[in-house]
Write a protein that binds this ligand. Sequence first.
Ligand SMILES: C[S@@+](CC[C@H](N)C(=O)[O-])C[C@H]1O[C@@H](n2cnc3c(N)ncnc32)[C@H](O)[C@@H]1O
Length: 296
Amino acid sequence: MNSTEVKQTGASKEAIQSHYDVGNAFYKLFLDDSQTYSCALWEEGDDLEKAQERKMDYHLQEVNALEKEAILDIGCGWGALMQKAVEDYKVGAVDGLTLSQEQLDFVQAKKLPRLEVKLQSWDVFEPNKTYQGIISIGAFEHFAHLNMTKEERIERYRTFFKKCHKWLSRGGKISLQTIGCGNMLREDFSTFFAQQIFPESDLPRLGEIMEAAECLFEVERVRNDRMMYGKTVRLWLKRLIKNKEAAIAETSKEVYDRFVKYFKLVIISFEAQKSMNLYRITFKKIEQPRSYEIVN
Ligand SMILES: C[S@@+](CC[C@H](N)C(=O)[O-])C[C@H]1O[C@@H](n2cnc3c(N)ncnc32)[C@H](O)[C@@H]1O
């Protein structure tokens, strides 16, 4: 992929697969049983399974998913939230998008009714229905590329919000979860992260997200749960270290060492340096944006 394409699209399928397709068996060694790969929502007494379930319930409730006709999960990972939407929330149709082949195969193998997953980026997705809710957890971090200017990033995020606006029915909501830059300079996003962990990706600032959504969505709720991400990653690190031999057997010593280093850096970033935040933002569709220009 040439640099112009990368600039326009954020992380490419190849870049996403370099991270997410190191093998489902490897991820199983440190994630919880639901294979959720994003910050959990902790309350007193929770274990990782419970806190991940609480997080999924949070997002489904933020978009009022119960018994709705259709919900879209952008960046659906291994499909746990989609499954919950079908089984516990009785949603009529649950669509999911991922750029990872391994995740797609994993979700499809479950053969769940009313659930459809596509190996497709949101920017080429053309749904045949409208949705009452859109949930996107841990994918927004991949929507812009490190070499973009601030203006280009905001434009790219705005394209995302415009599409969501078009796909949502009246009163529709987005529940978005993303890591954002905290007390850090853009240059601080180390070459280790940018090249070896999440290539072709970059973190948004809260203000950029808000500017991109302006006049398309009203903001109903914003939370910053950065300490909860520290706690989540601590448990992933503990499980990975405990399963060191199996992890190396599934991948390699190089992959194991890279993930251990990445988890340690992430914990410091969320907890001590405050350089990364974890945002959960609920948006409600504005039916009639003041300017027609804004949505077209
Ligand atoms: C950190 S994982 C989170 C998965 C899941 N939401 C969870 O919480 O476990 C990020 C997900 O975003 C997906 N993704 C990244 N960029 C995307 C894009 N442009 N369009 C659709 N999915 C994308 C990846 O394929 C992956 O499934």
